[in-house]
Design a protein around this ligand. Structure first.
Ligand SMILES: [Zn+2]
Length: 158
């Protein structure tokens, strides 16, 4: 019986990288989202420009007239347990060069990362199937009768 190729020889490695990278990035974004619910993390440039993330959203505000000028220069960390103030939707405004903002909820890039991970996972399974490997664990199905379960992980034949 021929020795099966090691699992690492699964063709098309990039779908797996996309899957793992997407899960990582999505997980980090979820953690950042949770952290942002507990307060405001902002960096104020000193002339009205604010970068940070506040209650579920990350973004940039340039506001020389309004609340932008109320922040002191440098980092501001304000705790705020007001979960009813979580912002779920993006928000933007372009008034002038001195007054504009763009805020994006962190669930948007997190969802994109998880969607990418899902797509990578699907491509991974397709690539295994095409190469005659078990779609679940990557074990070579060479020489196995059609319909036989995988001897490595016991999953049914695709
Ligand atoms: Zn298997």
């Amino acid at each position: 019986m021929p020795c099966p190729p090691p699992t690492s020889s699964v063709p098309a490695r990039w779908p797996r990288r996309v899957r793992r990278g997407g899960l990582w990035v999505g997980g980090v974004l979820v953690l950042a989202w949770v952290a942002s619910l507990f307060g405001m993390f902002t960096w104020q440039h000193g002339n009205g420009l604010i970068v940070g993330y506040i209650r579920g959203r990350t973004g940039v505000t340039m506001n020389k007239f309004g609340w932008g000028s109320q922040f002191k220069r440098g980092w501001t960390i304000q705790s705020s347990g007001r979960l009813d103030q979580v912002r779920w939707l993006p928000e933007w405004h372009f008034g002038s060069a001195k007054q504009w903002w763009v805020w994006v909820p962190l669930w948007v890039p997190a969802a994109a990362a998880f969607a990418g991970a899902g797509a990578g996972w699907g491509l991974e399974i397709l690539a295994r199937r095409r190469a005659g490997l078990c779609p679940r664990c990557g074990y070579s199905r060479e020489g196995l009768p059609r319909g036989a379960v995988c001897p490595e992980c016991g999953s049914a034949a695709a």
